[in-house]
Design a protein around this ligand. Structure first.
Ligand SMILES: *[C@@H]1O[C@H](CO)[C@@H](O)[C@H](O)[C@H]1NC(C)=O
Length: 447
């Protein structure tokens, strides 16, 4: 008998020690299919080398049809037409990767026609029913394993860093001059809770359908997400903890776009640790929380008024110029950034390369402790001053090192995993070092 107990105890121990597989949620932005530059155009086939690292693949993005409030493909041609049928091409990867879950995501800050519809939908039970029924049908018809609600809530207003400690005048203006972003925020919060409940109910009629939610950057979670009411209904909470600063929202001032912790003199709410803490404190099981890691950098122009030290927060003059492959102002993909970094093999002065400044945690951890000191992890940036030839540029970005450090953070907090946003802006062709998907790989190996 004693032996039996001992044996049972051993079994329980073995079960407890079974490593729980961390989630690696890979976002695929289908817009990358239509990029002009061949180097940036990504076909479903290009996903293949990534998929052995991913537990989930999220197809971005479906949208909401104004007026009917149905969930619809944003690009019918590409998504569901007979010639392309990307929805099917993507879900068919499950034959090769049987463990892979493929979700269809809606919103994601790319469904920009008639943006008010996301609010209006939440206010109307009929609209929610139309959305839920069409969404479940769309996902089921094309072989998806569930739906991700990357809901386009109103974003909080951008704030200047300097004004928070700069002058009294700014302080007074701040107290009296703010108009609420969303006058019906309580109604939208309740509407979203109802939407999650209704979506969960409709999905549970089908076997093994998952429900995920994505908190998009600069959406105030404490306003819109009633955590105790929704957390038992969802499988994944993906936290978009990046784009805290962007050249569109903050044209005149650049800063770390995705810090893990609060840099000095910054708003203590705007970093990954604080975002995760909100969900944990309100009762989310840590295993459901997935931390979003961006694969691109945000870029700003530096001008004659920018501090020559390069240290953020730094004065800037709007978005940096578009990259050669992605061709969008203010954004560079990881391979576009790595091509611009100073390389000791290149002759100095030949091209206006960027000077890279790695995170201070890198400097402190040497020799002090074996553990990395993540508390200084704000991110990597790179810059060149205006007199360097092609004009000044400042970039805050994630690289394989910092993505790996974020994975270590996730592991140390026992969180569910990480998400990569998105695969098409990681180096999917292996242009930097020959390795394909270096950011995805670095994060995966540290989980
Ligand atoms: C988010 O909303 C809460 C109130 O619910 C407020 O205290 C907080 O300052 C807001 N955060 C941001 C970044 O606007």
């Amino acid at each position: 008998m004693k032996l039996l107990f001992a044996f049972a105890g051993l079994l329980a121990l073995a079960a407890a020690n079974q490593p729980v597989t961390s989630k690696v949620v890979c976002y695929y932005d289908s817009k990358s299919y239509v990029r002009e530059a061949q180097q940036a155009r990504m076909l479903p086939l290009d996903l293949d080398p990534a998929l052995s690292f991913c537990t989930h693949l999220v197809y971005g993005y479906a949208g909401v049809q104004p007026d009917t409030y149905k969930m619809v493909p944003l690009n019918e041609n590409l998504d569901v037409d007979r010639t392309h049928a990307n929805y099917r091409a993507i879900t068919n990867f499950k034959t090769k990767y049987p463990g892979l879950k493929v979700l269809l995501s809606v919103g994601g800050d790319v469904d920009l026609e008639d943006a008010q519809k996301y609010n209006l939908l939440l206010e109307s039970p009929q609209a929610r029913t139309a959305f839920v029924n069409s969404g479940v049908l769309l996902a089921d018809q094309h072989g998806f394993d569930g739906i991700d609600l990357a809901w386009q809530f109103p974003k909080f207003k951008p704030k200047k860093i300097r004004s928070t400690w700069g002058s009294i005048w700014h302080g007074i203006k701040k107290t009296f001059g703010t108009t609420p972003v969303d006058e019906k925020e309580a109604e939208h919060r309740e509407g979203f809770t109802a939407l999650v409940r209704e979506m969960k109910q409709a999905l549970s009629v089908k076997p093994n359908m998952q429900l995920a939610i994505t908190v998009l950057p600069n959406v105030n979670a404490s306003v819109y997400f009633d955590v105790p009411a929704i957390v038992n209904l969802v499988d994944i909470v993906n936290i978009g903890a990046y784009d805290y600063y962007t050249p569109e929202r903050n044209p005149k001032e650049a800063d770390y776009t995705a810090p893990l912790y609060t840099p000095q003199n910054r708003n203590p709410e705007l970093n990954a640790d604080a975002a995760v803490a909100y969900w944990l404190q309100h009762g989310t099981p840590s295993s459901k929380i997935v931390l979003g890691v961006a694969t691109y950098g945000r870029t700003w122009k530096l001008d004659g008024d920018s501090e020559i030290s390069g240290v953020p927060p730094i004065h800037t003059d709007g978005p940096g110029e578009a990259g050669p492959y992605t061709k969008i102002e203010g954004i560079l993909s990881y391979p576009e950034i790595c091509a611009k970094l100073i390389n000791p093999n290149h002759q100095k002065g030949m091209k206006p390369y960027l000077r890279k400044v790695t995170d201070p945690s890198k400097r402190f951890d040497v020799g002090l402790t074996k553990e990395e000191d993540l508390s200084h992890l704000f991110g990597t940036y790179a810059y060149r001053l205006p007199d360097d030839g092609e004009g000044g540029l400042w970039v805050s970005y994630e690289d394989p090192d910092t993505a790996g450090q974020k994975a270590s953070f996730v592991k140390s907090k026992n969180l569910g995993g990480i998400s990569i946003v998105d695969l098409s802006l990681d180096d999917f062709r292996g242009l930097c070092t020959g390795d394909k998907y270096p950011i995805l790989r670095a994060a995966k190996y540290r989980l």
